[in-house]
Design a protein around this ligand. Structure first.
Ligand code: ZN
Length: 379
């Protein structure tokens, strides 16, 4: 071994950033002092109005999207910090300029600073106003084209997921001794009562995931926009989990959607039929048996639950029926928190708690399946 350590060249993606000079630092501080949120928004033609929190301006447009349905972009005039609640992006005035100019705030900081200095009026404009306006138009058009391309890609992916998940779902069995034995252990004795809403995985299904197994109970996931079955969730059988332990007990079909409504679709909500909202595959299957006449909609995990409850609530209001929420306790209280957020949205949509949105009470049982196994019945 020699005494000299070899220096390895920086890896790909590493950008060498020149340290800021004192002059640059002074300029940066002056720009930060003089630039305003309104000046920035005006410079990029973003329409805004006072709103959101204290000292905040709000807009439906943010550095990365021009088409938010609500004013999720906020710019705090006092702190000179912004955030888009939809995109989950945030930053200071320089990050704002960088994002809109398509620059990297660290690597291209000299350019970002120069542009910010112009907007702040610290340095004279380098481009004549007409040329500047043209440049901003081009920037906005570029962003609109990117958004359009993203939307088209998402549509193509959705169409593919729906084709695949539908074919898969249609190839599953409605009876299976292994799967039925598992469900019997969870107190669900006659799966035929679910009229094909519960099916069983089979290894010869098209696009089968090798780590699922014959007999794994499965539910279809319905697209929220009513375009069909866009995913399938399977409950892995305990003996399969024992052989091949993975974090996920109820994986969704690879290459397809993992959220949506399990069991029933949103457009099946109708007048005179109660709607049951459950979380997790086992509780959703149990709900199908516990409320054989109802429209049962399951959330795949607590994450999508608030949004799902909101979508369901809007349709429940229109149909004039009732919504029952099935609580699902867990140690981290994620289920409770998600359901509370969902209830808030349901009330906002026009439902009244205790009247047309009802929380099912299991006493001390942690979820519907536990309650069902100990003899709880909905009366
Ligand atoms: Zn945004």
């Amino acid at each position: 071994m020699g005494g000299v350590l070899e220096r390895r060249p920086p890896g790909a993606g590493y950008a060498r950033v020149a340290p800021m000079t004192d002059v640059q630092k002074e300029l940066r501080d002056e720009v930060a002092e003089r630039i305003t949120a309104r000046g920035l928004l005006d410079a990029y033609g973003i329409r805004y109005r006072p709103g959101g929190g204290r000292n905040e301006l709000s807009a439906k447009e943010c550095p990365s999207r021009s088409d938010h349905s609500s004013p999720s972009f906020r710019f705090n005039e006092k702190k000179k910090l912004w955030r888009c609640w939809s995109c989950n992006t945030s930053g200071d005035v320089f990050a704002f300029v960088a994002a809109l100019e398509g620059l990297d705030c660290t690597r291209d900081f000299a350019q970002v600073l120069a542009r910010a200095a112009e907007i702040a009026g610290v340095t004279p404009a380098t481009l004549p106003p007409a040329e500047r306006a043209q440049r901003i138009t081009a920037l906005r058009q570029g962003r609109a084209a990117r958004e359009q391309a993203q939307r088209e890609l998402a549509e193509r992916e959705d169409a593919m997921a729906i084709r695949r998940a539908t074919a898969y779902w249609n190839s599953l069995s409605v009876r299976h001794p292994l799967g039925e034995r598992y469900l019997e252990g969870r107190g669900i004795v006659d799966v035929a009562d679910t009229r094909g809403r519960v099916r069983f995985d089979r290894t010869d299904a098209p696009g089968h995931d090798h780590w699922s197994s014959n007999g794994a109970p499965a539910l279809a996931l319905h697209d929220l926009r009513g375009r069909g079955i866009s995913g399938v969730v399977r409950r892995r059988l305990p003996e399969v989990v024992a052989r091949d332990p993975r974090g996920v007990k109820a994986p969704s079909l690879t290459g397809c959607r993992s959220s949506g409504t399990m069991a029933y679709a949103l457009d099946e909500i109708e007048t005179e039929r109660d709607v049951i909202v459950a979380e997790g595959i086992v509780d959703t299957i149990t709900a199908l048996v516990a409320w054989p006449q109802a429209v049962v909609l399951g959330a795949n995990g607590t994450g999508p639950l608030p949004r799902l409850i909101e979508e369901i609530a809007k349709r429940v209001v229109r149909a004039g029926c009732r919504m029952f929420l099935v609580p699902h306790a867990d140690e981290r209280r994620q289920g409770e928190i998600a359901m509370a957020a969902g209830i808030e949205r349901a009330i906002h949509a026009g439902l009244r708690l205790g009247y047309d949105v009802i929380i099912v009470d299991f006493g001390t049982e942690k979820d519907l399946n536990d309650a069902w196994c100990t003899g709880w019945r909905f009366l």
